[in-house]
Structures are given as structure tokens and as C-alpha cells.
Design a protein around this ligand. Structure first.
Ligand code: GLY
Ligand code: MN
Ligand code: MN
Length: 438
């Protein structure tokens, strides 16, 4: 759990980076209709969530460092007995102050009027332009209103600064309590993958394994999958973001499952690939072992001070050499790497930051140089080999094989910690788990 105190510390840290006489504005996410009167499950904007944890729609957080009447302010829906009967609890401005530790809160309906007054006379506005065009337009409208009043002495802000850049850099380094939540998301997700492996039988449908995975998420208290679960059997595994999950799984197929839950706003992201019938064929085993070796070598490189790209470079080296040894690539390894020959089979990079968003925020390069790993960063390591069913350049026995192995790795003071080690990944461990009765 992230405490009210930790949220307050985040806001304090952010405000300490803001210039004097400035204001930060963070708009919450907008609800989206799925079908007439029903909405997609609501997800608060991660920036607003990170700074105060307020979960309701129609919220705007405003930070004004140094403001005497209060620095941390929230606009939110008012309490409304009737609407609460239909749609659920609302904190209301008073509740927002008490429960979320804010200095003051106002009804969202008063936003334009109150915010205009707060903008007037501030030199700089920290705001994430371009994420919500309707809110962009609304904010520009308020600023233009102040500009129109200039002849009467109003002072419009003169400078916009990207707020997300500051928040994203903070979010990149996870605190102990954040790591605890990601670790928990990882444990639940690992259990879900084990459940799918144990229950898997030829003839099941991909969506049935998806249901097993997501059942484990929900009974463990996770709010939702952190992204749409991918359950690709056979050649469907070659589609990187395959989410139809409708096909019947044939005996002899591999199943690639990429699924992770979101637990208290933090994501896990795990991929495992296993034979539906519990036994790897020789071709499946050969490809699997290359991917596993690539993943293990990449993880071994992750340590404070190493540059971000060492993990990707390790996966490329192992996969290229492995495909060459199997005769799938032909040539000298360094040359094949230079020519990026592996990209026909390994077309994504080795991973991404992980946190409140599954593809989490934070720059990968600083001044065009790969940044270095620091304790508190969390990164996925997810090499894969995907041999298109249509690739006539490779022997038929390889076609349609797809393997990805993905774990979530936290950088520690002395190296790294695998947050998703609870699900096996060696072939013998997987075969053993699948052989045991569910
Ligand atoms: N689940 C999407 C990814 O692995 O990046
Ligand atoms: Mn994934
Ligand atoms: Mn991933």
C-alpha cells in the first residue's frame, strides 16, 4: 500500500523541482463509453494516481508550491446521493482532503472559475500537453481569458513546461513500498501462469487458459489484468500482441502466454511458453533453450552502473548464435548481428520499464546515450524467437514456432532481483509441473 505520507512526499519532491511562482496541473483520466450506458473499467491517469492516489473520474490535481492557503489542491465530483446510489461512492471535496491528505479541494464544476484565478500571475505552468486534447483546449481557453484581461492588469503565464518529464523520472526509481506492490503483482501473476500450465490439455481453447490466468488474478485481489492477456497457441504465438485467444489448442502445439495482473496500481508482465501436452518436441526444445539462455544472460548483465542496452545486446548475441547453430541463419555471428539478420525472428527489443504502466515511463537515453541502471529501476527481460509459418527460407520443421520468456527484474544495490521467479522456466521444471496432477 502507498500511504498518504508517501503520496505527500512525492508531491513535495515534485514541487521542490518546480520553478518559483509556478503551478502544476494534472488532469485525471476521462471515462470511456464501451456500449451505450456502460463504460470501460475506469483507470485513473497514472500521473494523478502517482501523486495522490485519488481513484475517481472527473478529477484534476493542482500543485502551487509556496501558496499560503494550501499547495496541494484537488478538484473532484461533489457528493450526490442519487448518483452515488447508481454509480458508487464519491469522496467529495471534504472527503478528498481528509482521506487523501490534500490541503484543499473544490467541486469539479467550479474548476474554470477557480483555476483561472490560480493561473493568473503565475509565470510557469507545468502541464502534460497533448495527452487530453479536450482538457488542453479548456486550459488554453482559461489562459486566453486571462490574456484578454491583460489591459486591466491581468498577468497570463508566459511559459509551459512538460510536467510528465519530471513525474516520469520520479516514477522510474521505485521506492520500497512500490517494489513491494510490484513483487506482489509478480507473485500473483506467477501463480496464474503455473495454474495455466497445470490445467493445460490439448483440445482446450486459448480463452479457457486466459480464464484460468485471470481467475487467479481476481481471486488474489488484483484489480484487473495489467494489459490484455495474450494466449497464442501454435503459430498464433508469432503474432506479438495476439489477443483474440479464440482458437482450439492442438496437441503438439506450444502455447505462449503473456499475462500479468495489476495489483494496487502496479503491473506485472510475465511470458511463459510451454507445450500444451506437457512435453517439448526436439524442435521446440532447441528454440526454447536459445531463448532461455538469451534471457538468463541478459538478466545476469543487469546491475547498477551497467548501461540499459547490455540486456538487449546479450539477447541479440545469444539468439543470433543459436539460430546460426541450428542452420536457421547462415553466416558469421558478428556479421549477422551487424546485418540485423536476427530481426526476421526477434523483431522487438529485450524489454521495457515496468511500474504503474506496463510499458512504464522514463527515458531510456539521456543526451542520446543509453542511461545506466540504478537501484529501484524495474525492467522486463523478454527475448523471443518467432518463426513465421510462411517463412520459406527455413526448413519446414521450424515454421510456426514461437517462444518468448519474460520476467520482471528490479535493479538492486548489488545486482538485480527477479520479481517473477515464482513460475518455472527451465524445460525440465515446466515438464515436471505439468506432469503433476492439478
Ligand atoms: N505484454 C506486453 C509486453 O510484454 O511488452
Ligand atoms: Mn509481456
Ligand atoms: Mn513486456
Amino acid at each position: 500500500m502507498i500511504t498518504v505520507k508517501e503520496y505527500a512526499a512525492r508531491r513535495r519532491d515534485l514541487m521542490s523541482m518546480m520553478a518559483p511562482n509556478s503551478i502544476a496541473i494534472v488532469a485525471g483520466a476521462v471515462e470511456k463509453i464501451r456500449s451505450r450506458d456502460t463504460h470501460y473499467p475506469y483507470k485513473q491517469s497514472t500521473s494523478l494516481s502517482y501523486l495522490c492516489g485519488f481513484p475517481e473520474p472527473q478529477a484534476v490535481l493542482v500543485l502551487i508550491p509556496g501558496r499560503e492557503q494550501g499547495q496541494c489542491l484537488l478538484f473532484c465530483r461533489e457528493k450526490d446521493k442519487l448518483r452515488e446510489t447508481w454509480d458508487g461512492y464519491r469522496a467529495g471535496p471534504d472527503g478528498a482532503v481528509v482521506d487523501f491528505g490534500l490541503d484543499d479541494a473544490f467541486p469539479i464544476d467550479d474548476l474554470d472559475e477557480i483555476l483561472t484565478g490560480m493561473l493568473e500571475g503565475r509565470e510557469r505552468v507545468y502541464y502534460a500537453i497533448g495527452k487530453d486534447v479536450d482538457f488542453d483546449r479548456r486550459l488554453m481557453g482559461l489562459i486566453n481569458q486571462i490574456r484578454d484581461e491583460q489591459s486591466r492588469g491581468s498577468l497570463p503565464p508566459g511559459e509551459f513546461i512538460d510536467l510528465d518529464h519530471l513525474i516520469n523520472e520520479m516514477r522510474l526509481i521505485k521506492t520500497a513500498s512500490e517494489l513491494k506492490l510490484i513483487r506482489r503483482a509478480g507473485e500473483i501473476s506467477a501463480r496464474a501462469h503455473c495454474r495455466a500450465m497445470k490445467i493445460s490439455q490439448p483440445g482446450m481453447y486459448e480463452y479457457q487458459l486466459q480464464a484460468e490466468i485471470e481467475h487467479e488474478f481476481m481471486v488474489s485481489g488484483a484489480a484487473a489484468p495489467a494489459y490484455t492477456s495474450i494466449v497464442g497457441s501454435g503459430k498464433n504465438g508469432c503474432i506479438l500482441h495476439y489477443i483474440e485467444n479464440r482458437e482450439k489448442i492442438s496437441d503438439g502445439d506450444l502455447v505462449l502466454i503473456d499475462a500479468g495482473c495489476e495489483y494496487e496500481n502496479y503491473a506485472a508482465d510475465i511470458t511463459r511458453t510451454f507445450p500444451v501436452n506437457g512435453k517439448f518436441s526436439p524442435e521446440q526444445a532447441a528454440i526454447y533453450d536459445i531463448v532461455l539462455q538469451a534471457q538468463l544472460e541478459a538478466i545476469a548483465k543487469i546491475t547498477p552502473g551497467a548501461t540499459y542496452n547490455v540486456a538487449n545486446d546479450a539477447t541479440v548475441a545469444v539468439i543470433t548464435a543459436g539460430l546460426r547453430d541450428l542452420g536457421i541463419l547462415d553466416g558469421e555471428v558478428n556479421e549477422l548481428i551487424e546485418l540485423e539478420a536476427y530481426k526476421d525472428f526477434y523483431m522487438h527489443s529485450s524489454g521495457h520499464w515496468l511500474g504503474m504502466d506496463v510499458h512504464d515511463v522514463g527515458d531510456y537515453k539521456i543526451d542520446n546515450q543509453w542511461r545506466v541502471y540504478e537501484p529501484g529501476m524495474v525492467v522486463t527481460v523478454e527475448p523471443g524467437i518467432y518463426i513465421s509459418p510462411d517463412n520459406s527460407n527455413v526448413a519446414e520443421k521450424w515454421r510456426g514456432l514461437a517462444v518468448r520468456i519474460e520476467d520482471d527484474i528490479a535493479v538492486t544495490k548489488t545486482g538485480c532481483e527477479d520479481l517473477t521467479a515464482g513460475v518455472p522456466k527451465t524445460r525440465s521444471e515446466i515438464e515436471f509441473l505439468m506432469a503433476v496432477e492439478p
